[in-house]
Design a protein around this ligand. Sequence first.
Ligand SMILES: NC(=O)c1ccc[n+]([C@@H]2O[C@H](COP(=O)([O-])OP(=O)(O)OC[C@H]3O[C@@H](n4cnc5c(N)ncnc54)[C@H](O)[C@@H]3O)[C@@H](O)[C@H]2O)c1
Length: 433
Amino acid sequence: MSLIEKIRARDGRVAVIGLGYVGLPLAVELARAGFKSVGIDVVDEKVRRVNAGDSYIKDVPSDVLADCVKSGRLTATSDFSVLNSCDTVNICVPTPLRKTRDPDISYIVSAVEEIKKYIHQDMLVVLESTTYPGTTEEVILPMLARDDFRVGEHFFLAFSPERVDPGNPRFNTKNIPKVVGGITPKCTEVASALYATSLTTVVPVSSAKVAETVKLLENTFRSVNIGLVNEIALMCNKMDIDVWEVIRAAATKPFGFMPFYPGPGLGGHCIPIDPFYLSWKAKLAGFEARFIELAGQINGSMPEYVVARVGEALNRRKKAVNGSRVLVVGVSYKANIDDIRESPALDVMRLLKRHGAEVVYHDRFANPDDPELEHAEASAIDINPKTLATVDCAVIITGHEGVDYQALLEHVPVVVDTRNVYAGVPSEKILRL
Ligand SMILES: NC(=O)c1ccc[n+]([C@@H]2O[C@H](COP(=O)([O-])OP(=O)(O)OC[C@H]3O[C@@H](n4cnc5c(N)ncnc54)[C@H](O)[C@@H]3O)[C@@H](O)[C@H]2O)c1
């Protein structure tokens, strides 16, 4: 049986390297499609929890994970030698930026070094980690191909960007269309066949490079539009115009406009980082990606602006930031999820501390033991009349559901609202973004 026939019959054994926000849902979908799915991670605790059917990713319910594990369709391991008996492997490891804002693809390289030890005839390798155009062809291909082991013939290699939006109730790994670009047309065909078994829509493109650029265009589009609307918000503030009302009305235009909303800055593993993968690669080709740099500057300056608003808010009460107790409401990078990576709340907390504030926070989603939060040296508090009575100013960074915003307004002298949670609420106590 050829690899593609095996895939279509869901007869193969599939592997996913990196069991995080992207890899775990994928390993589960492949298991649910009928494959024997194996997840590989270097963190033993994740391996243990997957094998115990105990999910640590909110979008993967533990009962769904446990069903896959109990039925023998999903296992996890830290031993890469299982790849010996796998027909396909998807790489879902992190792709951060270095301090210099250069891409750090060391996790990809280390995963591919392991694959190289066990790759065999008729194996499919797919990279899903977001990366710069050319990574699959220029970095991975030379690591795996040999004169007598050719891509498109002896093994197959493709890139397929992950578009998962953690916490989105409507779109998930299964029903978000999947773009696939192989090194050769046969690679695209084999990789598309794999995704067609478990995902609703597959969108083949002509090359891995195109697929890599698709993802970066999508995230650059968001970063630039958020940068634009943040600049409009700063402008509106100077001119005493309510930017939220402007956006609300503009969004009634049924064509040619898409609303983006201002906020305290970009967060998460994708939007603040991915555009710099593109600008870095463009620079190597002698091209300056000006929109990306400008959006990065504007979005990166938002935490400082928010802290300036806190200063204004306290000033109204004849107080200084120095010595005030400031409550940061919501520390994850977006509403109703626990992920605090790159969250602007961390910058806001750092800046407030630097100005001498005593910082406390409230977030029922975030894990208080997260090293980044521990590093911020702020303690968590509940929201109730007693705790709020000790607070001089609250600043809403993430508009989580289930927060008693009414109590905040009642018991805290002044509130900076960066998310418009008090839309339409007339109150002298509120300073909007
Ligand atoms: N989180 C998102 O919303 C999202 C959305 C789209 C794309 N992406 C991209 O997907 C990729 C993965 O992101 P994520 O959010 O799932 O990251 P994550 O940190 O949640 O998960 C990555 C996993 O890889 C493991 N890992 C690291 N090096 C490894 C190695 N050499 N071998 C095996 N396992 C290894 C880590 O232990 C971790 O469990 C990134 O490139 C990211 O940009 C993420």
